[in-house]
Design a protein around this ligand. Sequence first.
Ligand code: 13P
Length: 414
Amino acid sequence: MVAFVSALPVSHAFSATPSTAACMTSTFIASRRVTHLTPRRVRPAPRMTFEAGVFETSNPFAAELKATAKYIASRGSGILASDESNSTTGKRLATIGLENTVDNRRRWRELLYTSDIGDYIAGAIMFEETLYQSAADGTPFVKILQDKGIVPGIKVDTGLTALPRTKAETATSGLDGLPDRCKQYYEQGARFAKWRAVMRISKADGAPSDAAILENAHALARYAQISQANGLVPIVEPEVLLDGDHNIDETAYYTERVLSFTFRALNEYDVCLDGALLKPNMVNPGTDSPNQCDAATVAKYTLQTMLRGVPPAMPGIHFLSGGMSDQEATENLNLLNTIEGSEIAPWSLNFSYGRALQMAVLKTWGGDDANKQAAQELLAKLARANGKAQLGEYEGPHPSPGGKVRNFQPLRLV
Ligand code: 13P
């Protein structure tokens, strides 16, 4: 008993006499169980110094991860998200009458990566197939990007699956075999990774449920931990969907709650935030909400939510476009970087856009190489507009023809 008591944390090893201790055995057991759930008590403080913390001494990639994250979050440039799965790419190609073949997907990515975007794009997220592909002249895509100063990245999740006993909520797959895949991607030249978790707001369905938030926070943290162990900067993407009729206060509440769970999980899994990036949604009202907001309100809510939820150690917050129109995505980003309070933002408020950078370019190309140059010039202008918006220096008119149209895409389960 004495040995048992002395093994307890100090707060429970009070001066019990043998007689009181005997009758308190059950209390000890109960309190020990509770104590067991308190990580600070069961995890001994590791030995560390300021220069050489746990992460720095245990991860051989530590310095590289931090440098890569900082580089990608550089002011004035952002991320081109071009990691759509073969199935999603096929749907996009179908809109311009192209068949979903390996070569057509390759041609499309070649158009993107050989555009003049190096001044405003610091990272490009690729799909696995694309990471191993080359341009028609035989130059690997990875080299084309690196030569422009663009860090190649890789989507490592394998898609969304239904989360049982929830109403149309999802978990993200891809943890099995992830360490080996990360090693191979690193060898191929990737230096950062992406994992997309998706949550939806629906009052009627009670979404997002705690089960969905917990599951997605856990998977994001485990993915981030594995990525960092294998030299890839994890982009942590907890997306709260734009779909729904909720108002902006509800989006702010759930986005903050999701961020809170996510960062708690990242901390529990010892993810080094200086070597990671965040990819959240902007705080918009649901697309079917009767209470739509102007860009200044969206920027105000988004900044407040990020200030409340994102630790300053993270170098960059790279928003997804999530269905916002091309113009909205640029204007909101510009306002975010100019509104009152943005001057104290400790991270770069940045972009990692897929649809807002690609859809108009795809349409301009139309699968016909006679239009390739025009499409590439448009992509360069879009990249520049968003790079300028990151600095709060964007001035219209927006380069996207039809730039006010929102770009929705239905969720796809694997
Ligand atoms: P959108 O900008 O089209 O939302 O895509 C970004 C992305 O990479 C989603 O995972």
